[in-house]
Design a protein around this ligand. Sequence first.
Ligand code: HPA
Length: 235
Amino acid sequence: MSLHINADKNEVADTVLMPGDPLRAKYAANKFLENAICYNEVRGMYGFTGTYKGKRITIQGSGMGQPSIGIYAYELMNFFDVENVIRIGSCGAVQPEIELRDIIIAMTASTNGGNNKNTFKGMDFAPNANPDLFLKTINKAEEMKLNYHCGNILSSDNFYDDDPEIWKLWARFGILGIEMEASMLYTLAAKFKKRALAICTVSDSIVNETLLSSEEREKSFDEMILLALETSLEL
Ligand code: HPA
């Protein structure tokens, strides 16, 4: 039991998939887990535990943005002692060769947020994915013949940035896509000596000015959930 997750410790599995949207947690649990039980409804941030091919898996919504995932990931790692957290999110691509529905597997996550600047007293911390989780996911993506890219993403604290051109600076330095959660997740995994990975489907291209329809969004979300679930079988 923690402040924002109203569950007993044994109701949450060792491996947790985290979509931003709690309704996506519900959708994924209903569609892919057997015997899924909803253990949390506090603030509508649904969490479900069930089994996938016999393996116990939790799917917990994180909410949008670093402060929100910061609360849920902190509680999962510190109070529920989970070992693996895989964010299953969406992002906007900033490299022209990255297409809608492609999957980005985040090796590292930069941020324009100030949290780590405060924690590390003005110095820079480089939040990174767990290497084992990262490699296992790449191998699985190859096996599943998915279109994927690996590299650095930006966890932005603004969806609506005051400078609408700022993404170009990040793109020049090789950032693949922009989302809003991974950097905080990786930082917490480092703090608590847990394993984390963020994978995102490309829901929009900021550089090509294209956008997935809701139907296509669902299809690409399914592919990404399966990638995360199949990887989870090896953890
Ligand atoms: N910006 C930030 N977060 C996002 C985006 C975006 O363009 N697309 C999906 N998540």
